[in-house]
Design a protein. Sequence first.
Length: 202
Amino acid sequence: MKISNINIQFKDKVVFSDMEIQFLERKINWLKGDNGSGKTTLFRLLSGLLNLENEENIKIITDYQENISLSDFVKEVNFIPDRPYLFDYLTGRQNIQYLTSLFDLEELSDKIQLNLKKFVLTDSLDYLVGDYSIGMKIKLYLSVALERKARLLLIDEAINNIDESARKEVFEMLKENVDEGSTVVYTSHIPLTNYPVAEVEI
């Protein structure tokens, strides 16, 4: 997967100038770069959360299609931010019900419940999410969000705030996504040398 002709500038700050980046398709890619290098900006662009006047100039080439427009490409992207989209005034169970409905994943309720069990969250589902730690919130969100199948799965720093046992579970779930045809790209400051990933510098 190659994305090129990326030009992004915020006021006087140039983030990308004719930038090109490539990811291995149907693999887990670790996007590396210093703070402020534009990793989150790139993810926001590819997920449709960043509007550019010149976005029609961006070229996207994949194994399955050449010259995809960004507006079409974003429809096939699942973006998981560093801070999960949850309601603090709802319980964990209510948030799960909301997310399952939002993402149209009702048929995968049993799989989501299994994910919650793997993350040791089953006994916490009736507590308000506002009382959860950030790690618990991330695991709750991942239990649902990782079941959204997409050609490109972007994970922005989310795994930084979960424990090692949870990271192992996440990567097993990511492998399932890859086996089903997804390309995974994640950012993290934590070296994950125990896992077979492709390293990509930005």
